[in-house]
Design a protein around this ligand. Structure first.
Ligand code: NAP
Length: 179
């Protein structure tokens, strides 16, 4: 069974980015790339990734147009965005409409839900979200782009510290009230 894993950094008050899509609050933090919750270990299990258009455009801006991900990537957008690499597919509509293609692309590996929070909620509603893995920075923003805009019950599976981050892995149980 394909596992859908939402792995992201977040502020303590549950934001992926501020109101202007800035990650300055995140990029200034110390994080041990070989420590708990490190991305190398996670990415080794990733066969495909999915993200919303804002996240895609942020990556392109931040990487000055370069695309370094090797896994097939599905970008959700209503616009006519041009993929900058052959392994990027632009899609729209319901996550379930693309389930077969995403899972075929992932093969035996996991799907990384990169973000954002509304898309993660849509995937959960479609039964396509198994885990939420967060690296929680010691920051609050008060407002910004939501981590996960759905009321859910989760089960804490693991937690650890990496630098100033609290790293936690949760299993998605279901809509709030499932347990
Ligand atoms: N802290 C972290 O580690 C981390 C991780 C991930 C993301 N981020 C940041 O968090 C922010 C997230 O941005 P966001 O909240 O706007 O979320 P997003 O999911 O990145 O982008 C939302 C956009 O995706 C498109 N979209 C979403 N669902 C769709 C659907 N079902 N069909 C078609 N298009 C769909 C729409 O764009 P269109 O206008 O193209 O239709 C929508 O406005 C970004 O700034 C990103 O860089 C941070």
């Amino acid at each position: 069974m394909t596992r859908y894993r939402y792995n992201t950094a977040t502020t303590l008050d549950g934001f992926l980015a501020d109101d202007t899509d800035s990650l300055d609050w995140l990029l200034k933090q110390d994080f041990d790339e070989n420590g708990p919750g490190n991305f190398g270990a996670f990415m080794a299990g990733v066969g495909a990734q999915v993200m919303g258009a804002t996240t895609y455009e942020w990556i392109l801006d931040h990487e000055k147009g370069a695309w370094t991900y090797t896994a097939p990537t599905f970008v959700f957008t209503h616009r006519d965005l041009q993929p900058v690499a052959e392994n990027i597919t632009m899609v729209s509509g319901e996550p379930a409409d693309h389930r077969q293609a995403i899972e075929a692309a992932a093969g035996e590996k996991d799907v990384w839900m990169v973000g954002g929070g509304d898309l993660a909620a849509a995937f959960q509603a479609a039964g396509m979200l198994d885990e939420v893995i967060v690296s929680i920075a010691p920051v609050t923003l008060g407002s910004g782009r939501p981590l996960l805009s759905a009321p859910l019950d989760l089960r804490l599976e693991e937690c650890d510290r990496n630098g100033e981050f609290l790293v936690a892995r949760y299993a998605v149980v279901g809509p709030l009230g499932s347990r």
